[in-house]
Ligand binder design. Structure first.
Ligand SMILES: Nc1ncnc2c1ncn2[C@@H]1O[C@H](COP(=O)(O)OP(=O)(O)OP(=O)(O)O)[C@@H](O)[C@H]1O
Ligand SMILES: [Mg+2]
Length: 351
């Protein structure tokens, strides 16, 4: 470009507990971090994926940008949860053109909503002699409109609406460059949603969003121990002084109950995957976790023991150049789990 700087595109992750924004520069292989922002949202601003308070969310997006020098006007944002349907479907052999003509007809039986009410996207992920594998993603249009509105109110242009689970995968692929035999499960534990994506090399084998997350632990502590939300959140994060006289032994079984639900849902996802595939050679080698919910003390070890798989923390900055004079390494490593989806969204902007 002759005049001025190329317009950059930032990744904007609007989670139910906080807004994260990441701006990258360069191209895959030589990416560098330009800016990064993270601000909490008030409680109940986003319920069940729906933005209830558009003005509050747009104010927070604006604050993230001004407080952290995010200059991009265009953003890539994502959707997740109930209203997103992701399916790997197997169709007879066909060309891209034939698929284009028939996709609505094929997708219809896999999507529990009227096709007129959803935004549908698809991608051929493989061919064999007698089949075409297609990944379809659909999201309720009203959900997309809701997010676009919040972004536009903040003065930004949503140029791409991605799916959180795919952004997570993008973040993994660019940072880890997996070879085609590597099978991992990406597990992003947010406040209200858990994205599970079983990935082989650069292909998603199975992806599922589950409405369980970090806030479930807080809820249980709050209800069972009669605490305020702030107290429960602090106790969960291991601030033992948050509530006077609270005994450690009253906390542990409550947390264990929720961990068991989390592990069960992941196991169920593995079972669902196995039920939809004829490939019984593919075995998940490890789980890479991210999301604020994954920071719960002992959770990674507990999941590893329950699922009998190694669990590692996903590093979203593994292959990204970070200027430590501008970004405090301690702060970065503290918020690293929460930034995975935002980094993946930002990568879509530079790809
Ligand atoms: N140190 C910690 N220990 C335990 N839990 C933590 C810690 N830090 C953050 N969390 C939890 O992480 C969750 C927020 O994670 P994250 O920012 O990934 O979610 P989100 O993107 O806002 O939500 P969602 O994607 O589900 O809409 C909250 O439930 C919060 O309590
Ligand atoms: Mg999230």
């Amino acid at each position: 470009m002759l005049f001025g700087k190329k317009k950059s595109v930032a990744g904007l992750d609007i989670g139910s507990s906080s807004v994260k924004m990441v701006e990258l520069d360069g191209k895959v292989g030589s990416l560098s971090l330009v800016s990064l922002g993270f601000e909490n949202l008030p409680d109940n601003t986003i319920i069940d994926g729906q933005i209830m308070e558009l003005n509050t969310v747009s104010d927070v997006i604006r604050n993230v940008c001004t407080n952290h020098n995010v200059s991009a006007d265009n953003v890539v944002t994502g959707v997740s949860g109930h209203s997103v349907i992701i399916k790997n479907i197997v169709l007879p052999p066909m060309s891209q053109e034939e698929l284009e003509e028939s996709i609505d007809w094929h997708a219809e039986e896999h999507i529990p909503y009227d096709l007129a009410d959803v935004s549908l996207d698809y991608q051929i992920t493989g061919h064999t002699g007698d089949s075409t594998q297609v990944l379809i993603a659909a999201c309720k249009r009203e959900r997309i409109d809701n997010i676009k509105q919040a972004v536009q109110l903040a003065g930004k242009q949503p140029v791409v609406i991605d799916v959180d689970s795919f952004a997570l995968q993008n973040c993994y692929e660019v940072n880890y460059q997996p070879d085609s035999s590597q099978v991992v499960t990406l597990l992003n534990i947010g406040a209200s949603t858990m994205n599970v994506n079983i990935v082989k090399g650069n292909t998603s084998l199975f992806s599922r969003d589950i409405t369980v997350g970090g806030s479930q632990f807080t809820d249980v502590l709050q209800r069972s121990l009669g605490l305020s939300y702030q107290q429960a959140e602090a106790v969960k994060r291991g601030v033992n002084t948050a509530v006077e006289g609270l005994e450690e032994k009253s906390i542990e079984p409550l947390m264990n109950n929720v961990t068991e639900i989390v592990a069960m849902e992941i196991q169920k996802t593995f079972d669902f995957y196995r039920a939809t595939t004829e490939d019984n050679q593919t075995v998940v080698q490890k789980i890479l976790i991210s999301g604020g919910g994954s920071k719960l003390q002992g959770l990674a070890q507990d999941l590893s023991a329950r699922l009998e798989l190694p669990v590692e923390v996903l590093d979203p900055f593994r292959s990204i150049k970070v200027d430590t004079r501008r970004f405090d390494p301690d702060y970065l490593s503290e918020i690293m789990p929460e930034m995975a989806v935002a980094v993946g969204l930002a990568m879509r902007g530079v790809n």
